[in-house]
Design a protein around this ligand. Structure first.
Ligand code: NCD
Length: 325
C-alpha cells in the first residue's frame, strides 16, 4: 500500500542534486516535496509502517550552531526512513581548538563516504562550500541554515503548514513580522512564497528591514496597524541578537509595544488569521506570553510536527526516491 501511494506522487522534474536554497528549486520541485511530505505525514499520523527506503544509508549531520527542532527532526526523518545517522560534534572535533578549517573538515568527512550531509553554519555560503568539496562521496548536501542566507527546509515545512491550514499558497496573504534583516527563515520563506504566487507583506522597524528583495515582490510596512489587516498568516521572527552588531539591538519593551504579536493584533489581521513562529521563541518580546498556546490561533507546534515529514520527503527525493522511477 505504501509503495502504491508513493508511486502516485510524480517525481518528474526533481532533478536537484543538493538542497542549498529555495531559489534553486522550481515550483514543481516544491510541490513534489510538499506532496511527498503529506504522504509521509499521513502514514506517521496513522502510525502505519513507513517503507525503509534509506536502509543501509548513512546521513551525517554537521551542526556548527545550536539547534533543537532542525537537528532532531532531520535525525527523526532519516531514522524513520531506515537510515543511520552520525552526528558530528563541533565541541569534540578538530575544528575546536586544533584549527582545522571548514574546507578541510568537509573534505575529511567527505572521505569517510557518507550518503548525505546535513549542514548548519553561521557563515553564509557554508552549505555551498560543502557541496563544492564533497566531491569524493558525491553526497547530496542539505542546507540546515547558513548565516542569514537560507534555511530551505524551514520554508518548506512552513509552506506545508500554511497549505494544510489555509489552502493553496497562491491565494494567501502572508505577513512576516520582525527582524527580517538577520533572518534566513524570512529569506527562504520570501523566495518560496514568491515562487508560489502568495502575497507577501513584511512588517518591522526600519533598522531591521533590508532595502531590496531581489526576485520577489513584497509590500513593506513599519506599522502593524497598516500591515496586518487581511493577512491569513502572521509569521513572527525572533530578534536575532547573535547576528547583530553592537548598537543595532532594539530596546525590548519598546519593540514588544510596536511589533510584539498579541491576540489583539491577531484580531486586527482577521478572525481566521493564524500565527506562526520558526522557534526558538522569546515570549513577551516578539510574541505575547499566551498567544503561542492558543489552539485557535497558533500553528507553531504544527510547524514543528511537519518538520519531520518534510525532511523525510527531502531525504527521500535526494537519496532514495530517484531509484524508484
Ligand atoms: C531558526 C534558525 O535557526 O534559523 N530556527 C529554526 O531553525 N527553526 C530561527 C532562529 O534562529 O530564530
Amino acid at each position: 500500500m505504501n509503495e502504491q501511494g508513493l508511486a502516485q506522487i510524480p517525481l518528474s522534474g526533481f532533478a536537484a542534486q543538493h538542497l542549498l536554497d529555495v531559489e534553486s528549486l522550481s515550483r514543481t520541485d516544491i510541490e513534489a516535496i510538499l506532496d511527498r511530505a503529506e504522504f509521509y505525514e499521513k502514514l506517521l499520523t496513522a502510525r502505519q509502517p513507513v517503507e525503509k527506503v534509506l536502509e543501509g544509508k548513512i546521513v551525517l549531520t554537521l551542526f556548527f550552531e545550536p539547534s533543537t527542532r532542525t537537528r532532531i527532526s532531520f535525525e527523526m526523518a532519516a531514522k524513520r526512513l531506515g537510515a543511520d545517522v552520525v552526528n558530528w560534534d563541533f565541541e569534540r572535533s578538530s575544528m575546536a581548538g586544533k584549527g582545522e578549517s571548514l574546507k578541510d573538515t568537509i573534505r575529511t568527512l567527505d572521505a569517510v563516504q557518507p550518503d548525505a550531509l546535513v549542514i548548519r553554519h553561521s557563515e553564509q555560503g557554508a552549505a555551498f562550500l560543502a557541496a563544492e568539496h564533497a566531491s569524493l562521496s558525491r553526497a547530496p548536501v542539505i542546507n540546515a541554515g547558513d548565516g542569514i542566507r537560507a534555511h530551505p527546509t524551514q520554508a518548506l515545512l512552513d509552506a506545508l503548514a500554511m497549505r494544510q491550514a489555509k489552502g493553496p499558497l497562491e491565494d494567501l496573504t502572508v505577513a512576516i513580522v520582525g527582524d527580517i534583516s538577520h533572518s534566513r527563515v524570512a529569506r527562504s520563506n520570501i523566495a518560496l512564497l514568491a515562487k508560489m504566487g502568495a502575497t507577501i507583506r513584511l512588517i518591522g522597524p526600519r533598522s531591521l528591514m533590508p532595502t531590496s528583495f531581489p526576485g520577489a515582490k513584497v509590500e513593506i510596512y513599519h506599522d502593524l496597524g497598516q500591515g496586518l489587516p487581511g493577512a491569513d498568516i502572521v509569521m513572527c521572527l525572533r530578534i536575532q541578537r547573535e547576528r547583530m552588531a553592537v548598537g543595532e539591538l532594539p530596546e525590548e519593551s519598546e519593540y514588544h509595544r510596536r511589533f510584539g504579536m498579541t491576540r489583539a493584533w491577531m484580531d486586527v489581521a482577521g478572525s481566521g488569521a493564524l500565527v506562526m513562529h520558526p522557534g526558538p521563541m522569546n515570549r513577551g518580546i516578539e510574541i505575547a506570553e499566551d498567544l503561542p498556546d492558543d489552539p485557535d490561533r497558533s500553528l507553531i507546534l504544527e510547524q514543528v510536527r511537519l518538520g519531520v515529514p518534510v525532511r523525510m520527503a527531502v531525504l527521500d527525493l535526494l537519496l532514495g526516491g530517484r531509484g524508484r522511477v
